[in-house]
Each structure stands twice: as structure tokens, then as C-alpha cells.
Design a protein around this ligand. Structure first.
Ligand SMILES: Nc1ncnc2c1ncn2[C@@H]1O[C@H](COP(=O)(O)OP(=O)(O)OP(=O)(O)O)[C@@H](O)[C@H]1O
Ligand SMILES: O=C(O)[C@@H](O)C(=O)CO
Length: 422
């Protein structure tokens, strides 16, 4: 096993798995901390999908370390800690604490941190993260329900989460090539830095970083940082050129869309689906809390509204409405209420012949897929940058598209189905 990755949420893990598979690595995605002694077959890369982005930092560290130990025992050469391309975290963590704990475990003196993913509009310049042409703090991420991002300066953001000293690997150094990058990292290490935010604004920067990191034991970043890594193994003659299929055979059964993401892209996709006439039912957290909207009401509605094509169940709402319900119910409680409802709904639907699911939102996908009893995924065709169709391996046979909240074009919920074959 060449590359072992630990992702802090499920959609982030599928995003990374797609990146590795597209660049030629036989990739397996496992859900949750793998069992001790797990056998990953002929996988060249394994991506462990955790649900640790917003849990207490000590728990996130424990899950990451447990995963790393299993991956290390399986012979992993290079480790990657994958977090969100919008650096979703709080002052308490979890990016810094997990990165530091992995560095200690793997005896790594210095590592880079780079969430850039230009295909999805995420670039890092002078340590500042941009979403499209806006600074992170001016993007819709400032109103994220769980991890509002209000500081675009990633050196400052990561430093607030870390005991380690955080520095910057600026674009002029990245552009100067692999040798210069490694020389500067070496100097930074001698000067006492342990984590370096790396600038990258184009795919070419990520590929140069990938080349420079050929021998690195641990890398941290978004899926973009993985772009250049398979090439290192290919140059050593250790991987072939496995490709991602253009279409995916899906198990027979009905289809549904579950959206628990309040991100801007998901809200646009929900609006577009409703405008296109798709049957759509809104989950209202206050009604769920009051018991006036129940999972069986919602399941019955879906069963009655699936004849004309996949129905949409969504809790996606505008930032003001989300804030209002969080003030009333509590932030974590509101989130969990919606996650539980959608997860229980998915189980009822699975038991009623549904086998094709689009799920929007990383936390939401984590809750839904855990409830469905899926333990690992095979990566299928790319629907949008960072979002593949996947098919479950073991457990119930399902086609799953797990969409990061901010990924995908407005017609995502319409077009994704075209890539499935009966
Ligand atoms: N109307 C709502 N009010 C309050 N919280 C909500 C509402 N709808 C969803 N939530 C919660 O907000 C959180 C959204 O997180 P999730 O990770 O699913 O989406 P995302 O952050 O947009 O996606 P990603 O992590 O892939 O970027 C979940 O915990 C969800 O239950
Ligand atoms: O990096 C991203 O933006 C996504 O893979 C993700 O992590 C969303 O939760």
C-alpha cells in the first residue's frame, strides 16, 4: 500500500478518492476507523473516511491516530491528512491538533498544509485562502452552520489551533520548483517551524508541490494536494494507469436525493431542482423538534412522490433561518436532529427498494452512510470536480453520490443520474 489517507469527513474522502483514482491509483475508500489488521486487497491507496471535522479535538485525534496505526501496519509509505478545501475548523481544531498528533506518531519534523483546489475555485496566495475571487471570510463560508470561517489568513487560523509554529511557503518558492521547495522547508524546520501553509493558485503549483513531496512521510491538505502524488509512484514504476469509468452500473431500485447541506452551492441546486418541477419536501428542524414532522411522514411522502423520478428531501436553508433555529435548539442539537432524521429516512427507503442515493453535505453523508450500513466504497465516474458516483462494497448494494456542500453546478441533481446504467 503506497498511500494511506485519513479524511475528516465522508464527502471529503470521496473527493480525495476521486483525485487519486483519476490520477491512476487503485483506490479503496473505507468508512470509519478500519479494524486492526484490516486487509485492503490490492489497493494502492486507501482513504479512510472519518466524521471528525466538528467533534471535540481529543476525539478527532484519537480516531486519526487509530486509523494511522492500522494504515501503518498495512505498510503505508506515505500518509495524507485530508481536510476541507475551505479549511473548515474552529479555534479548538480539528486540523491543527490532528496534524500535530500524526506528525508525532509518524516522527515527521515538518509538514505542509495546503487546501488549494483550483478546479473548485479554492486557491491560496500569501497564506490567504480564496473561494473564487473572494477571500474565504467574504465567501458564503462565513455563515457555515458548524464551522463559520471568518479569517482568510490560514497561517493565523492554523496557528490558533496548534502548539507547533506555523509558517508560510509562498508562491514564489513553490513556483521555483521542487528543489527550492525542499531547501526552504529544511531551513524552516531548522528555524523551528513544524507546519507550513503552502501557496498554490493553479494545478501546476499543486503538481510541483506533489513532486517536491515525493519522499514526505506525511502531507496535509485538500484533495488538490494529492494531484501530483501518484506521478511519483508512476515514475518509480509502482503504479499503472487505472482509470475512472465514464459510467457506472447501478443496482436496480428507486432513487432519491437527500440534502442536509446549507452551503451556497447546495441551496442553488435545491432551487434549480424545484424550478425544474422535481417533487421536493422541506425538513423544518423546529417542526421535527416539536414532533409535527416525523420521519415516517417524510418517508410516506417520498414513497408517494417517486413515480415521476427521484424526489428531493432537503433541510437546506438560508443563513438567517439556520441561525434562528440554532438559537432555539442549539447549534449541535439542530445539526444532529436533521442528520438523524435524514439517516433514519435513508434506512426506511433502503428497506423499501431504494438503492440509488444522492446525498448533499459531508456531515449529512456521514450520518446517512453509517446508518445504511455501508463499510467501503468503489469510486465510479466523476459527476463534477470532487464528486464521483460510488458503489458500496459489502453491506447493502447501493449507488451513492456523496456531494460536498459547496461542490457541483446548479443542475447537479438533474444531471448526475445520466452517468448511471441499469
Ligand atoms: N435548516 C437547518 N438548520 C440548522 N442546521 C441544519 C439545517 N439543515 C442542515 N443542518 C445541519 O447543518 C450541517 C451541514 O453540514 P454538512 O456537512 O452536511 O453540509 P456542508 O457543510 O454544506 O457540506 P460539506 O461538509 O461537504 O462542505 C449538518 O449538521 C446538518 O444537519
Ligand atoms: O475539500 C472539500 O471542499 C471537500 O472535499 C470537503 O471536504 C467537503 O466537506
Amino acid at each position: 500500500m503506497l498511500l494511506g489517507a485519513i479524511a475528516d469527513d465522508l464527502t471529503g474522502a470521496t473527493d480525495l478518492s476521486l483525485m487519486l483514482a483519476r490520477n491512476g491509483m487503485k483506490t479503496v475508500q473505507v468508512i470509519g476507523v478500519p479494524e486492526e489488521g484490516a486487509d485492503f486487497g490490492d489497493a494502492e491507496a486507501v482513504v479512510v473516511a472519518l466524521k471528525s471535522r466538528t467533534i471535540p479535538a481529543d476525539q478527532a485525534v484519537a480516531m486519526a491516530l487509530a486509523s494511522a496505526l492500522v494504515l501503518r501496519a498495512a505498510g503505508t509509505e506515505q500518509f495524507l491528512f485530508k481536510y476541507c478545501s475551505t479549511f473548515d475548523s474552529t479555534d479548538a481544531g480539528n486540523i491543527g491538533p490532528v496534524a500535530e498528533a500524526l506528525m508525532d506518531l509518524l516522527d515527521v519534523p515538518i509538514a505542509i498544509a495546503c487546501p488549494a483546489f483550483p478546479a473548485a475555485g479554492r486557491s491560496v496566495y500569501q497564506g490567504h485562502l480564496f473561494v473564487g475571487s473572494s477571500l474565504l471570510s467574504d465567501s458564503a463560508m462565513r455563515d457555515h452552520p458548524l464551522t463559520p470561517m471568518r479569517d482568510p489568513n490560514l497561517v493565523r487560523v492554523l496557528q490558533a489551533q496548534c502548539a507547533a509554529r506555523v509558517g508560510l511557503l509562498p508562491l514564489d518558492i513553490v513556483s521555483a520548483g521542487a528543489e527550492v521547495i525542499n531547501a526552504v522547508l529544511h531551513k524552516a524546520q531548522q528555524a523551528g517551524f513544524r507546519l507550513m501553509i503552502a501557496d498554490a493558485v493553479r494545478d501546476a503549483d499543486l503538481r510541483v508541490l506533489g513532486k517536491a513531496l515525493a519522499g514526505a512521510r506525511l502531507i496535509t491538505g485538500g484533495s488538490g494536494i494529492a494531484m501530483g502524488l501518484p506521478e511519483n509512484f508512476r515514475l518509480q514504476g509502482r503504479i499503472g494507469s487505472a482509470a475512472v469509468p465514464e459510467k457506472m452500473a447501478a443496482p436496480a431500485g428507486k432513487s432519491v436525493i437527500l440534502a442536509g447541506s446549507c452551503s451556497e452551492a447546495t441551496r442553488g441546486q435545491v432551487d434549480e431542482a424545484i424550478a425544474a418541477g422535481r417533487p421536493a419536501l422541506k425538513i423544518v428542524p423546529a417542526d421535527v423538534a416539536a414532533g409535527s414532522q416525523t420521519v415516517s411522514d417524510v418517508a410516506n411522502w417520498v414513497l408517494a412522490n417517486t413515480d415521476a423520478g427521484p424526489a428531493l428531501v432537503y433541510s437546506s436553508d438560508e443563513p438567517d433561518a439556520v441561525r434562528a433555529v440554532q438559537d432555539k435548539l442549539g447549534k449541535d442539537e439542530a445539526g444532529l436532529l436533521v442528520e438523524h432524521l435524514l439517516a433514519n429516512l435513508a434506512v426506511i427507503l433502503r428497506d423499501n427498494g431504494f438503492s440509488r442515493f444522492i446525498v448533499a453535505g459531508g456531515e449529512t453523508s456521514g450520518a446517512v452512510v453509517a446508518a445504511l450500513g455501508v463499510s467501503s466504497l468503489r469510486i465510479g465516474p466523476e459527476i463534477a470536480p470532487g464528486v464521483p458516483w460510488t458503489r458500496s462494497v459489502g453491506g447493502p448494494d447501493l449507488a451513492l453520490a456523496l456531494k460536498s456542500g459547496n461542490f457541483g453546478a446548479p443542475d447537479f441533481f438533474q444531471t448526475a443520474w445520466d452517468l448511471l446504467q441499469d
